[in-house]
Ligand binder design. Structure first.
Ligand SMILES: [Zn+2]
Length: 306
């Protein structure tokens, strides 16, 4: 069934790029509402922004959504991954600034908050997009692909020059609580050289060694080290789940990202929606519902380290 959160839950933190304090509240919403954002600091004009692929502004660093009135919200991918991974289909996400709080750089704090409030099943069947045709997009050496499949399977390959990350591959099917157990605590990561470049442009001002894994060559600079030896590829899969949820409904199909990022995953969704017959919205059967990312999620499976 469609699902919302039982009661509002609030998170406070700083924006990764602005460094400014920000509050985010996930509120319950009616069946068929979908996921929407609202900028509570915007008093004049349209402050509602849909969590939807066609309002994503393709930027390399994060997923940013912008409505027709120009109201925008950056870094929505980790809260989107948490909502997708917990099976929340309807919610109003209020934020009092231009950027979602980065918290610990993963989705685990959002997941813990959502599951602690509890999920409310609603009197409407959940709908999903079946992938019927293979769609692929490329940008240089990077590519991303959607293919037909019974459940959402995410497969990712990364290849970084820093030995601390290097080449990592992973494939997981997003059902039976996989997201909470395997991915939700994987933190965003970056290279020290990128941090220096971003700071020079006035970005990543809220970034600290507590909310991102920073690597330099073969060294992990963040105290405490990694939560998983392959935390980097797990985080890319987390990002992909959040970015794919911008389809407006869960996807039933296989996603492969090869050195892909937020922008390319959005280009893939745009290509899939532009290709006649590539996606079909279905009312999920009981069998399909059991395959969705939120099926089988349990709070006690959030990794203890997060
Ligand atoms: Zn991320």
């Amino acid at each position: 069934m469609q699902t919302t959160i039982k009661a509002p839950v609030r998170f406070t933190g700083v924006g990764l790029h602005s460094g400014a304090p920000v509050r985010l509240t996930i509120r319950p919403a009616a069946a068929h509402h979908g996921i929407w954002f609202r900028r509570t600091d915007i008093a004049v004009g349209d402050a509602l922004i849909p969590a939807r692929w066609d309002v994503v502004e393709r930027t390399p660093l994060c997923t940013k959504v912008v409505n027709g009135a120009g109201a925008s919200l950056s870094t929505v991918e980790h809260v989107m991954a948490a909502l997708a991974g917990c099976g929340v289909t309807n919610a109003l996400v209020e934020v009092d600034g231009p950027e979602v709080p980065i918290l610990d750089g993963s989705s685990a704090p959002f997941v813990r908050g959502i599951l602690a409030r509890g999920l409310q099943r609603q009197a409407a069947p959940v709908r999903a997009f079946e992938v019927l045709k293979t769609v692929e997009v490329r940008n240089g050496e990077a590519w991303a692909r959607l293919e037909p499949g019974k459940a959402l399977e995410i497969s990712f390959h990364i290849d970084f020059p820093d030995a601390a990350i290097g080449v990592q591959d992973k494939v997981l099917t997003m059902s039976n609580g996989t997201f909470v157990r395997e991915l939700c605590d994987a933190r965003t990561f970056c290279r020290q050289s990128d941090v220096d470049a971003m700071r020079a442009q006035g970005l990543a001002l809220g970034g600290t060694l507590d909310n991102a894994v920073v690597v330099d060559g073969d060294r992990i600079l963040s105290p405490g080290g990694l939560r998983h030896t392959d935390e980097a590829v797990r985080h890319k899969m987390l990002d992909a789940l959040g970015d794919l949820f911008m389809a407006g409904a869960p996807l039933l199909g296989r996603y492969t990202g090869y050195r892909a990022g937020h922008s390319l995953t959005n280009t893939l969704l745009r290509a899939a929606f532009a290709e006649p017959g590539a996606l079909r919205m279905v009312t999920c059967s009981a069998d399909q519902m059991a395959q969705l990312p939120g099926a089988g999620v349990h709070m006690d499976e959030i990794p203890a380290v997060a």
